[in-house]
Design a protein around this ligand. Sequence first.
Ligand code: ADP
Ligand code: MG
Length: 263
Amino acid sequence: MPVPFVAMETHAAPEISTPALRLRGVRKTFEAADDDQIPVRALRGIDLEVAAGAFVAIMGPSGCGKSTLLNLVAGLDAPTDGKIDISGEPIAGLSDDDLAVMRRRHIGIVFQFFNLLEGMTVRENVALPAVVAGRSRNAAESRAMDLLDLLGIADKATSSPGVLSGGQRQRLSIARALANEPTLLLADEPTGSLDSAGGLEILELFRRLHAGGQTIVMVTHDDEVAATAERIIRMKDGRIDDGGPEPVAGDGVFGVLPEDAAP
Ligand code: ADP
Ligand code: MG
């Protein structure tokens, strides 16, 4: 029996012209913790549109603001300034409760070290977000099995995540991120902790999800990984790097990005 592309069947774009993601003038400044430190202007005015169904890679050196951008889009942190719309709906000004609902409806996140629940089975890990979102346990578990099938780890359904290889754990994270049929699949360095074979498997998976209509925004600092996407957006010092001239210093603090910032 062919495996259905479950992630896309029910998530047609609301309107052809409504981008899945739209950022306008997004800034994020991390205030200094101490008096002798200066604020870090992690994002310095980001304008970005991602069409529904697109597969976009965001690239740039360590510390340029990639993870900060993804966190803001995921609603895990709020911008200092600017607007973020997801499927045409602004997420600014939402209460914590409404933000949680937005996340459940629209966002699937794959982080490099995203917590899997070790006390639960692989299938329960995938079913949990759907149960939290109010689905029946049966529906959630049946969809979880479809996703595990799609990602090639159905035989691990009743195992603990602890017995999985790195690549299998990452596939489990992706299955869980897809549980609520997200508008946006966000991935931060999804191949970062994997060997090259494991990384290639994840990228092949993203290609298949994209072919099925899933919108994907993937952050990476790796050229080969980024080449999987249909569009590459380069960032530098908190801005989209369009190859134009360097912005003139003076509107804030420059050169404050630490060399050793984690990717
Ligand atoms: P990237 O993911 O591109 O490596 P980040 O978005 O993690 O970059 O970080 C961008 C800049 O913001 C870095 O200078 C980093 O040190 C700083 N930064 C990130 N998160 C925080 C935080 N919670 N508090 C203070 N500074 C932060
Ligand atoms: Mg990062």
